[in-house]
Design a protein around this ligand. Structure first.
Ligand code: SF4
Length: 332
C-alpha cells in the first residue's frame, strides 16, 4: 500500500505551553472506548478526576467534559496530566493523533496536518511547496470505490493544484479559475465531457461576477455553529480585506489536499471547491494576521462536521455562496 504525506509531516512537534491557542481549549475530547475503559479503572487522584469528568453521550460515545473552557486534564504549564503521569501511549486516540490527519482510501493512505493547530498552521504556511513523500507500507484493503473514479479525481487534483500555484496570475484570478475548474472536474467525474480552457474560463468568470461585499458571506458563517467568542467577534467586526495576500494560494491548496479526494464518497466536487474558495474569501474579509485567521477558521469549521456539512449544502442553496457572488468578491 502506498503512503503519501507532505515532507514536513514528520517534523511536527506540539509546542505545548508556547501554543498561542490550544487543542485542550473549548473542544470536548472524544475518548475512544479502550482509553475510556482504562481511565475508568485507573486508581488514585488522576483516576478519580478522570471518572468525575468522563461522560457518555446519547450515542454511547465517551467525552471529557470541558471545565472553565478547558480540558480538565490540562495543566497550567500547557502539558497534559495524563501524558505527564502515564506517558504518551496512555492518551486517547484523539489526543495521540491531533493534529495529524489520516485519509485511508484502501489501496493508499494520505496523511497531513490540521490547520486548526497553530503550530501546524505555521508549518503549512511556511512550506507551501513542500514535496510529498511516497513510500510503500504494509496493509491496505480492497477499495470500495471504482478505481476509474479515483484516477479521475487524482488527475483533476493535480490540475487544480497547478491552477492554484500559478503565480503568473494574481491570486484572485487563480481562485476564480479554481472555482470554474471545479465544474469541469465535476463533469469529468460524472462521466461527461471536460475540456479546460483557462482563457475562456477567465472571460466567462468576468462576465458572471457581480459586485459583492463580504458581509453577506460573514453572515452565512454566523449562522453556523460557533465555538469561541473570538470567532464570533471576528465575524461581527471584520478587520477588513486589504491587499490580496498570495498565502491564500497556500490556504486553497491545503483545502484541495484535504478535501478533494473525499468526493469519492459522495461525488460532490463542486461543493468542496466552493467551500475552499469561500474559506479564502472569508479569511481575507476577516483580515488580521492571515495565518492566525485561517487557524481560527479551521478550528471553527473544519473540526465541526455539522459546519462542514452545512457549507457543502449551502454551496447549492445559500444566496451567500452563489458563483456570481463568489466571483464578484474575487474579480470586482
Ligand atoms: S493546538 Fe497544536 S501546538 Fe497547540 S497544544 Fe494542541 S497539538 Fe500542541
Amino acid at each position: 500500500m502506498l503512503l503519501r504525506y507532505p515532507a514536513y509531516f514528520e517534523d511536527f512537534r506540539c509546542i505545548a505551553a508556547a501554543c498561542p491557542d490550544s487543542c485542550c481549549k473549548e473542544w470536548e475530547v472524544l475518548v475512544d472506548d479502550a482509553a475510556a475503559a482504562a481511565y475508568r479503572k485507573l486508581e488514585g487522584p488522576l483516576g478519580d478526576d478522570l471518572r468525575r469528568h468522563l461522560y457518555r453521550d446519547e450515542e454511547g460515545d465517551w467525552y471529557l467534559r470541558i471545565v472553565d473552557g478547558r480540558c480538565p486534564m490540562w495543566r497550567a504549564d500547557g502539558l497534559c496530566r495524563i501524558q505527564a503521569h502515564l506517558g504518551h501511549d496512555a492518551l486517547c486516540q484523539t489526543c495521540r493523533d491531533f493534529p495529524r490527519l489520516t485519509h485511508d482510501y484502501g489501496s493508499f493512505v494520505e496523511r497531513g496536518l490540521e490547520l486548526s493547530c497553530p503550530e501546524a498552521a505555521r508549518i503549512i504556511f511556511e512550506n507551501p511547496d513542500a514535496p510529498w513523500v511516497e513510500r510503500e507500507v504494509s496493509g491496505g484493503d480492497e477499495p470500495d470505490y471504482d478505481p476509474v473514479d479515483m484516477q479521475i479525481l487524482l488527475e483533476a487534483r493535480e490540475v487544480m493544484l497547478t491552477i492554484l500555484a500559478d503565480a503568473t496570475r494574481p491570486v484572485q484570478e487563480s481562485l476564480a479559475l479554481a472555482l470554474l475548474y471545479g465544474y469541469q472536474a465535476q463533469s469529468a467525474l460524472d462521466g461527461g465531457e471536460s475540456s479546460w480552457d483557462p482563457s475562456a474560463a477567465m472571460a466567462f468568470a468576468r462576465g458572471l461576477a457581480k459586485p459583492y461585499g463580504g458581509s453577506e458571506l460573514a453572515a452565512f458563517y454566523m449562522d453556523l455553529e460557533i465555538l469561541t467568542d473570538a470567532w464570533r467577534h471576528r465575524l461581527e467586526l471584520p478587520a477588513g480585506a486589504g491587499q490580496w495576500d498570495t498565502r491564500l494560494r497556500t490556504l486553497a491548496r491545503y483545502g484541495v489536499q484535504r478535501y478533494w479526494l473525499q468526493a469519492i464518497s459522495d461525488f460532490d466536487l463542486v461543493g468542496r471547491v466552493k467551500m475552499i474558495v469561500a474559506a479564502c474569501l472569508l479569511v481575507r474579509h476577516l483580515g488580521g494576521d492571515l495565518v492566525e485567521t485561517a487557524q481560527l477558521y479551521a478550528k471553527e469549521i473544519e473540526n465541526n462536521d455539522d459546519n462542514v456539512d452545512a457549507i457543502l449544502e449551502g454551496a447549492y442553496s445559500s444566496p451567500a455562496l452563489t458563483d456570481e457572488k463568489l466571483l464578484g468578491m474575487l474579480l470586482r
